[in-house]
Ligand binder design. Structure first.
Ligand SMILES: Cc1cc2nc3c(=O)[nH]c(=O)nc-3n(C[C@H](O)[C@H](O)[C@H](O)COP(=O)(O)O)c2cc1C
Length: 348
């Protein structure tokens, strides 16, 4: 199996990355993850046009990361950036130069219109890699077919995303317990020992981490767990909604409706998203029209209220019980995983 810890020498076992949640995983969250021995990711967005304010913001955040981590200009940045790629125009000309300028350690691609769209991007990143810049390419996949395609494209890391995940994901896909072993078997059959696999979707503590390792992952990614941290820029009402929810199979739902209600329905149809069943969703169940829900959503937004905002969250939400620091999430997950692994080794 590939040793992902060696690729990122500051990381500690078991390997943990925060998901590059656009608007949630900012420089503060990502640098805290890296400092704690994880791999921090900043959500870089989906707009790669020349005038993209998302790329301008990313550029500023990466410069800040260098100073927060006390790195000199000649040191690489032990952080990754995630991009949503369903509108890939401009990526090669405008996003890659930002990554190269700051010499980020990893890039994460998710949600293409077609899997094949990643190939020119991956080829361009490989070409841009010079002697003083080593970047690992992560691609998030929610099906075995998408994993096969990404492998053929020569990615370094497959992030297997199961259907328990919070946020956007494959509309039709299995949970990690089915997906991960099949993705691991793909690598085994190809005698591939260079590509790493990370597990994403419903992991919030050491128990989920050990389960993922057992299913064939080299490390884990957590998204929702990191939203409920002190470093995450999300409003406290959203963090409290996550902390107070339980029984995620019932309190969250996978649907495109969450995007419809807040007029963000821009993802290709092979994707939907898991979020908490909130006021908008309840209104819809009671027969309120989409137009009226959108109107109510906009009204609340203009009034600065968050109660109608979609709270993207995974199905393991019931095991997130407090807002804690990023460092606490990483250290306690690693510690708990080690205790469980010792117990399993001892046979009880
Ligand atoms: C609030 C939120 C925002 C997300 N935004 C993104 C994103 O911008 N890009 C992306 O690739 N994945 C995004 N995801 C999905 C994550 O990459 C990951 O698959 C997911 O968080 C894993 O499941 P978990 O939330 O149960 O840990 C997001 C997830 C959440 C919860």
């Amino acid at each position: 199996m590939a040793n992902i810890l060696q690729w990122f020498p500051h990381t500690t076992a078991p390997f943990i990355a925060n998901a590059p949640m656009f608007g949630f995983a900012d420089v503060s969250l990502a640098t805290a993850a890296t400092k704690a021995g994880g791999l921090g990711f900043i959500g870089g967005g989906f707009d790669f046009r020349t005038e993209s304010t998302q790329l301008q913001g990313l550029d500023t955040q990466l410069a800040n990361a260098r100073s927060i981590l006390c790195l000199t200009d000649d040191q690489p940045l032990p952080l990754g950036v995630g991009f949503i790629t369903f509108q890939p125009g401009g990526f090669i000309d405008n996003a890659i130069p930002v990554l190269r300028k700051h010499r980020v350690a990893a890039v994460w691609l998710s949600f293409p219109q077609a899997d094949a769209d990643h190939l020119p991007i991956i080829q361009a990143i490989r070409k841009a890699q010079r002697g003083d810049w080593d970047i690992k390419i992560f691609v998030q996949v929610g099906t075995v077919k998408a994993a096969e395609e990404a492998l053929q494209q020569g990615v370094d890391v497959l992030v297997a995303q199961g259907a328990d995940a919070g946020g956007h994901q494959w509309a039709q896909g299995a949970s990690l317990i089915s997906l991960l072993p099949e993705v691991r078997d793909l690598l085994s059959k190809a005698r591939n020992k260079t590509t790493a696999i990370l597990a994403a979707g419903g992991i919030v503590d050491g128990r989920g981490c050990v389960a993922a390792l057992g299913l064939g992952a080299d490390g884990v990614v957590m998204g929702t767990r990191f939203v409920a941290t002190s470093e995450c820029p999300a409003p406290s009402t959203i963090k409290q909604t996550i902390v107070s929810a339980s029984d995620g199979g019932v309190s969250t739902i996978k649907s495109i409706r969450h995007d419809v209600f807040q007029s963000t329905d821009v993802f290709p149809r092979q994707y939907d998203g898991r979020a908490i069943i909130g006021v908008n969703y309840e209104d819809s169940r009671e027969g309120v029209s989409d137009e009226e829900i959108i109107r109510r959503y906009n009204e609340a937004k203009e009034a600065g209220e968050h109660q109608r905002r979609t709270v993207w969250a995974g199905a393991s939400i019931g095991s997130i019980n407090a807002v804690v620091s990023v460092e606490h999430v990483i250290r306690s997950t690693q510690q708990e995983a080690k205790v469980i692994l010792e117990r399993l080794k001892a046979g009880y």
